[in-house]
Design a protein around this ligand. Structure first.
Ligand code: DP6
Length: 322
């Protein structure tokens, strides 16, 4: 029965980073990763299978979208269609309820919500782990957005799994959105380029599992002082592999470094906060809830920071009534 499905998924930020593929065709990751799902960054997606459509249609925030994003959506829909043995095309509508800045991890929540909505619209009620595998094939970080709290995706793993609920270790994330001049390279392309040209890629892949284990152990022990330095190291080691690519992949903007400097100064003055960043210039800062408001205010005053979003841990992805 092909019909309508609607779902909500939250974005996630990796504390131990994924960068690199073990299998590009199946989109299996070369390193294990671990993330925190964010309550404040949410995507709502509706999928409507419709016999009258000649091809799939995609709208993001009400704007019709073609090209590569539509192809990625169609590929996910194709695997759902294959599972139920139909060819019906679908209309996909997706909306982020957070201010969308370039590179702000909307593909993670987007493909997680799409996988949830599409399976429901196709009449499937799959366990979250199976929906996670579907999302992972589209974008590996999306596999983690099916689960709330702290979530891991093993190297070469089909699906993500929960490590700990958010309430077991209540931290918050500040997302400092920065202005950027350069057009960013998409993650998939950036990973291929790093693997092909960076002499540090092999060292990154070799060293990432031990850092992941440190992050995982610190999350399970709810030990912020062990977690924070490992989180910063994971992000900086990943960026070191990108910086050594030819030509270099530079995601840092001037304001990126300003935020990092501010976080380090905050620590020097006795505060506890640690930064991470992804394939974009924005900086995400992990902080204890009691210090979040003060640091949010400080970061928002920095030159080149356009806004600061604040989020606690988010829940599992879920279906809603269309
Ligand atoms: C830097 O999940 O966007 O955010 O699987 O090619 O779609 P694809 O890549 P994607 O990469 C995310 C990379 C990262 C780190 C992370 O989220 O682990």
């Amino acid at each position: 029965m092909m019909g309508v499905g609607k779902a909500i998924a939250h974005s996630n930020i990796a504390l131990a980073k994924y960068w690199g593929k073990a299998d590009a065709v199946r989109n299996l990751t070369a390193v294990p990763s671990l993330s925190l799902t964010l309550a404040a960054l949410r995507t709502v997606t509706t999928v409507r299978f419709d016999d009258s459509l000649a091809q799939d249609q995609l709208s993001l925030a009400g704007e019709s979208v073609q090209g590569r994003p539509l192809l990625r959506v169609s590929k996910l829909l194709d695997s759902v269609r294959a599972q139920v043995g139909v060819t019906t095309r679908a209309r996909v509508e997706s909306v982020n309820d957070f201010p969308t800045a370039a590179g702000l991890a909307s593909s993670a929540s987007g493909f997680a919500a799409l996988a949830m909505a599409a399976t429901r619209a196709a009449g499937l009620e799959l366990p979250l782990a199976q929906v996670s595998a579907l999302a992972r094939a589209a974008s590996a970080s999306a596999a983690r957005s099916l689960f709330g709290g702290y979530v891991s995706l093993g190297a070469r793993a089909e699906s993500a799994e929960r490590v700990a609920p958010g309430a077991a270790f209540p931290l918050e994330m500040l997302v400092a959105v920065t202005v950027s001049g350069a057009k960013e390279t998409a993650s998939t392309d950036g990973m291929g380029h790093t693997r092909d040209t960076s002499p540090y890629y092999a060292a990154w892949v070799e060293s990432a599992p031990a850092v992941y284990e440190q992050v995982r152990a610190a999350v399970l022990a709810a030990d912020f002082e062990a977690l924070g330095p490992a989180v910063e190291h994971s992000a900086l080691a990943m960026h070191a592999s990108m910086l050594a690519a030819r030509p270099a992949l530079i995601y840092f903007a001037p304001a990126t470094l300003r935020v990092m400097e501010r976080v380090r100064a905050f620590r020097k003055s006795g505060g506890r906060a640690y930064f991470t960043m992804d394939a974009g210039p924005h900086v995400k800062v992990l902080v204890e809830p009691s210090a979040a408001a003060e640091l949010e205010f400080e970061l928002s005053k920095l030159e080149g920071v356009t806004q600061v979003l604040r989020s606690a841990a988010g829940p599992d992805a879920s279906w809603v009534e269309p």
